[in-house]
Ligand binder design. Structure first.
Ligand SMILES: NC(=O)c1ccc[n+]([C@@H]2O[C@H](COP(=O)([O-])OP(=O)(O)OC[C@H]3O[C@@H](n4cnc5c(N)ncnc54)[C@H](OP(=O)(O)O)[C@@H]3O)[C@@H](O)[C@H]2O)c1
Length: 318
């Protein structure tokens, strides 16, 4: 491959239902904790910078502001509805058959949209608790999946997928479903390489989206495990060396790492300079040696530990 070809990774990932998902999306978790204008501004900035994939969830509590941003850019003629890939997530408070469409309709109303491009089944009050412990739904995820299939049949959701599913959960779902999941959204980065899961999903034609690609550095100390890795991914010397060699930033290297493997990635930022920086990942390529060095950093470290739901039968998911 010459260097021109090397840099030509797919900007869109074809899903098993024939639709296409842009490989780079904007993550929006936590953006709602900033002043209310921030998330609207971040999404508007991202669309102006070329992002065509926005990741949100009912539980992120920011869909109203994202809806305003989308409307504003549509009114300005920058995008049409069909130009953007909008992802949201069903929350565990809405797993009963009659509640599944309620959760979707709330997201659609807040986002001011007629349909979602991708709806993910996750495992919200947003995070209900009893006796200090997080409550999890005891409805079988296969039954929830049937509700997701019905949403897709209704046309209100183009593609359906899952998040934080491990191989065992996927195998059981694939054996019993009518529509296989198009996407599995999981935490992935060089400290959590998950080769087996990636290979499994590829073999079953399930696309992957990598969340927390920078190790979620702004995560509240309450949400990360006590032995939080002392090395911060964005400051890791191996990542820094590769970044220097390619005259790109560590963040760009961490994002390129995914798209070069055919994995979509959804970095969160509400800073215009970061939002723009994170788009510049299609003009260079990592060598096999760089990829090996990045994979060599694997230490099974998870930013998103979901400790609160340790009692769940499928914990630790992936
Ligand atoms: N499905 C799930 O269970 C799940 C779980 C977690 C996350 N997610 C999704 O994945 C998205 C991303 O994950 P995340 O928010 O946990 O963490 P992340 O994307 O790994 O990290 C976000 C942090 O990195 C900073 N950052 C962004 N660009 C940067 C750059 N170029 N240089 C330096 N710092 C930069 C951001 O700060 P600034 O804002 O100041 O730029 C923010 O503090 C979420 O927002 C959400 O949409 C899904």
């Amino acid at each position: 491959m010459n260097s021109m070809e090397d840099t030509q990774v797919a900007r869109n990932i074809e899903l098993n239902d024939g639709t296409r998902m842009p490989a780079l999306g904007l993550g929006t978790w936590k953006s709602s904790f900033f002043p209310r204008t921030s998330i609207q501004g971040a999404v508007e900035t991202a669309i102006a910078a070329g992002y065509r994939h926005i990741d949100t969830a009912y539980s992120y509590n920011n869909e109203v502001d994202i809806g305003k941003a989308l409307q504003s850019k549509m009114k300005q003629g920058i995008i049409r509805r069909q130009d953007v890939f909008i992802v949201s997530k069903l929350w565990c408070t809405h797993h009963a058959p009659e509640d599944i469409p309620v959760c979707l309709n709330k997201s659609l109303n807040d986002l001011q949209l007629d349909y979602l491009d991708l709806y993910l089944k996750m495992g919200d009050e947003l995070f209900p608790k009893k006796d200090g412990k997080m409550l999890t739904s005891d409805i079988d995820y296969i039954d929830v999946w049937r509700g997701m299939e019905a949403l897709q049949a209704s046309g209100k959701v183009k593609s359906i997928g899952v998040s934080n599913f491990n191989i065992l959960q996927l195998e059981r779902l694939l054996a019993l479903c009518r529509v296989p999941p198009a996407v599995n959204q999981v935490e992935l980065h060089p400290y959590l390489v998950q080769t087996e899961l990636i290979e499994f999903c590829k073999s079953k034609n399930i696309a992957l989206t990598a969340y927390s690609p920078f190790g979620s550095p702004a995560r509240s100390p309450k949400l990360i495990r006590e032995d939080a890795d002392p090395h911060k991914l964005l400051e890791d010397p191996v990542v820094a060396d590769i970044a220097k060699k390619h005259r790109h930033s560590p963040a760009q290297v961490l994002l390129r790492y995914h798209v070069q493997q055919g994995v979509a990635v959804i970095p969160k930022s509400d800073k215009p300079h970061h939002i723009l920086e994170n788009t510049k990942i299609f003009d260079f390529s990592l060598t096999d040696e760089d990829m090996r060095a990045l994979r060599g950093l694997d230490r099974g470290w998870k930013a998103c530990l979901l400790d609160e739901i340790k009692s769940h039968p499928y914990y630790p998911f992936v």
